[in-house]
Structure formats: structure tokens, C-alpha cells
Design a protein. Sequence first.
Length: 399
Amino acid sequence: MYEPSEKILDKYADLMVNFALNDCKGIRKGDVVLVSVPECAKPFLISIRRAIMKAGGNMILKYSPDNIEKEGYELSNKNQLKFFPEKYLKGLLDEADHYLMVIADTDLHELEGISPEKIMSRERAYKPWMKWRNEKENKGKFSWTLCMYGTSAMAEEAGMSLEEYWKQIIDACYLNEKNPVSKWKKITGEIDMVKARLNKLKIEKVHVMGAGIDLVVGLGEGRRWLGGSGANIPSYEIYISPDCRKTEGKISFNQPLYRYGNLIEGVKLEFKNGRVVKASAKKGEKVLKEMIKTKGADRIGEFSLTDGRLSKVTKFMAETLFDENRGGKYGNMHVALGKAYQDSHPKNPSKVKKNEWKKLGYNESVVHTDIVSTEKKEVTAYLKNGKEVIIYKDGRFLV
């Protein structure tokens, strides 16, 4: 069975620790990194620990056994599903300066057959954890990043051998480069230029037209486009958290979604006055609809576009981290149902009052689920000065 070399894993770990964390600046001596790693990604954990130690940091480890989640749901009653270890998790977050999460899966269908109500009940129980993280991040005292360790199960789901799957990871993260960090600095520079041009346009709303898509997304006041922050590796996307009250129209997603231990595919959504008024899926519809029932999950928290020229992800990977950054002929567009990114506000988000977030239409939810379309599309921006500008067509930014 294929295994990535120690050299590749060390480069990957170095990229995450010394670049991605701390907003593309890397950790500082004495920083504490909370690392979440599944059992199947143990070889990567060794490289991550090595990188943290060499950088003078300290590690707190959250190490999760494989394939035990389903039985936990089967045995749990309502009170157990709602259990939230408040003191423990608050202590972890108070101690940590950064959070590095490794995505790896040995069964992408593990929770199929589990009641969607149970799954979402567990998600809702962890609302305080997300709130604490968000508050600390807004103060500039906490950063996070995601990366992926490929497994046979993930490769099989994507229709590839494990070696082919890892080739996508290695290419997308530039791990064959002599200095991946240097390469990513160049990429973030290119992303910054596009963001600056988009922000300069002062867009009121965008209209997306394409195969199965006729969607208007109102951006609203107090926004800026984001991207290249190191929060995900790889990350080529440029995105914004729009006014959640101003989404209208229909959209079909041609890419499958793996979420909550389930496969959801053939998703179609219809919006009116910002809310999802119709939702369907060819598979996993019950999970989709139960998720949308969660407070705030019937509104958009993110609108994102990826330039196909920039992205090195060329194949379906059966994991949102990579699929939402997919390039190819038409790039990709994705929207996230649920929570908005408050750092989309152009000012210090820690200074923005709670009632102002609501007034500006920043969505709030325990859910943040990205759904991807790689269909051909055209995105027209309607500007404050009354002009219309095509900003994205055939997988490319035109600004």
C-alpha cells in the first residue's frame, strides 16, 4: 500500500506550522498549538509534532480513534447527545494560541442510518465552543487551519488509487517544491491582488447564471472579500460573507457533499428573501433538510469563487477542503449554508457590537456547510454607481 514519504510529510507539516497558522506568518516560540488528528493519520502527527517542536512551540494533542462514532450515536440518549464538557473545552481554548486540524477518514459513510435529528442535536450542543473560538479569533489571539491526510477509503470514494490521491494532495500543496512556503507566499500575493480589485469595485450584489444556476446574492455594507489567509491548505478561493437576507433564486450543485458521516448529492436549493424555501437532494435529503432546520442554516454565510488557472486541484476528492478549491475548465463556485465569517468585516471584528452584526446581515449558526458547483457559469457584479461588470466567466476572474 502506498505511503507518502517522511520527507513529504515533513514538508507538509512545515507548511502548516510555519506558514498556514498565525495568518500566514507561522507560529512563534512559546505558542501553544491544539492539534486534532485521527488515528489513521498517525504518521502525519509525528511530522507535525516535529515541526512544532523545532519552531519552539508546544503541542496539545486531541487524538481520535477510528470508526467509533456510529456506536456512540446508537448508544446515546437525548441528554447524552446534549452533553457539553464546558470546563474542559473552555480550558483547552484558553490555553491554545492555534488550532491545527487534520482531516482523514476511514469510512465516509459511517453515520448513514443514524437519525439526522441525533446528528444535528450533537452539533447544536457544541455551539459555545464555536462562539468562544470566534471571539478569541476576532481579538487576534487565535488562528486555525485545516489540512488533509489521504486514506484508502477517501481515495476509493474519489475513484482513485491511494497513490493517485496523494499525488493530488502533493501537487495542490506544492509539496514537491524545494520550498512550499515560498510558493504559497507567491500564491497568496496573487490572491491579494484579485481581492483588492474586487473590493475596489464596491459591489452591491452578484448575479450568477449557469447550468442549473440563476442566483442573486446581495453583498451588503461592511464587507470585504477574503482569501489566502492560511485557514485552509490548499486554498485558492476568494470569498465573502454576504448579507444573508438578500439571496434570491435557484441553484443546483453538481458536486457530491460528504457531511455528518453521510453522502449528500444532487442538491438543489431555492431562495426567497434570503431563506431556503425549497431543498432537495437525490441522496441524503433527510440529512440536508434536518441541517437546514438548524437555526441560521437556511441562509447563506459565504459566497466563493475559485479561479481555475490558479488551482492545482484537478479531480474530485470526496472532501470539501479540496473540492471547494477545485480548478479545472470552469473553476468552481460554492456557497456555505450557515455561519458567516466575521473577518469579512473591513474593521476589527472584536469592536463590532452584537446588534450591529445582525443589522449588517452577518449570518449566525452552528452550521457552516459548503456546497460546490463546477458547472460553467458567468458572474455579473452590480456596482453602487449603477454599472454592471462581469467579474467571473468560464472559470476565470476578469478583474
